[in-house]
Ligand binder design. Structure first.
Ligand SMILES: [Zn+2]
Length: 293
């Protein structure tokens, strides 16, 4: 009886061994079965992918942050450029201005500039009778048309001051103020010789009617006509109020109009900037403006 049990036990052991051998011989089907079942499992656990997805961008972001910054050197970043190094387009953008006109040549006659910070020698006009006063030939026709058309529109404006030479500026305007009130006061109400825009022969002072009473006619319809049309003739309001820091003195005679050419005039008037700022767009060293360059 004992032997019978031993035989049965031995048989069971052998059977177990055979079963285990069969199991170990079929691992591939088992793996194949588990492989296709994997996707359904991940689909069922659709909720967990959310943290997976949020984790992925974070990793990507850290990768993006590190690699571009590492490759870009500080010298290549646009912000590192100074105003002096910028192109005219970049300078305009830095000042919040639109693209400036192309083909502007600051060495041209119409860009001779005189103000409290920048003096010139006389720019003697080579011909000249614009709007009844002396101006340079380059601006002659523009001033004739500008004032003539304003009169034709019904406004009785006239030019009463054009080109002034150095000695006229000195003897007729500057010295009388110096003798009466001192040099400091004189410089605040008139130009030091060499610094007067009238020495460029590119400007006129306008008035409405005759006499000093018509010199400041801002707020009139005639004034509005001049301001809205001057750029069409290549002419600007030379000393806009509120922009004194650019030209360096108080707005002594508000009705002082200056020729610069049509495209520059349109850009200057439309953007309410000064001739000084316009010139610095093209050449950072063209003139000196305290606190700017
Ligand atoms: Zn003037």
């Amino acid at each position: 009886m004992k032997r019978v049990f031993q035989l049965i036990f031995a048989f069971l052991l052998a059977l177990g061994a055979v079963m285990m051998a069969l199991d170990s011989c079929t691992p591939q089907p088992a793996q194949r079965e588990s492989a296709p079942t994997a996707p359904p499992q991940s689909e069922e656990t659709a909720a967990p992918p959310v943290p997976v997805e949020t984790a992925a961008p974070v990793e990507e972001a850290t990768v993006e942050e590190s690699s571009p910054l590492e490759t870009a050197s500080p010298a290549e970043t646009p912000a590192a450029k100074s105003m002096a190094e910028m192109t005219p387009s970049e300078r305009a953008a830095a000042w919040g201005l639109p693209e400036p006109p192309a083909g502007v040549d600051l060495s041209a006659r119409e860009f001779k500039l005189a103000n409290s910070y920048n003096s010139i020698t006389d720019q003697r006009p080579n011909h000249s009778y614009g709007a009844g006063v002396i101006v340079d030939a380059v601006s002659d026709e523009a001033f004739n048309s500008f004032v003539g058309d304003c009169i034709a529109a019904g406004y009785g404006v006239n030019a009463f001051r054009g080109y002034l030479d150095y000695w006229t500026v000195l003897e007729n305007y500057y010295e009388p103020e110096v003798y009466a009130h001192g040099a400091y006061y004189a410089a605040s109400v008139t130009h030091v010789p060499g610094c007067n825009d009238h020495q460029t022969a590119l400007c006129v002072d306008l008035r409405l009617g005759a006499g000093d009473a018509g010199i400041d006619f801002r707020g009139t319809e005639a004034w509005d006509w001049l301001i809205s049309h001057c750029a069409d003739y290549g002419i600007i309001l030379r000393y806009p109020e509120g922009q004194e820091s650019w030209y360096g003195h108080a707005c002594m005679n508000p009705c002082h109009f200056r020729y610069v050419g049509v495209e520059p005039a349109k850009y200057i008037m439309e953007n309410n900037i000064t001739l000084e700022q316009f010139m610095l767009l093209y050449d950072w060293d063209a003139i000196y403006v305290p606190g700017v360059n």
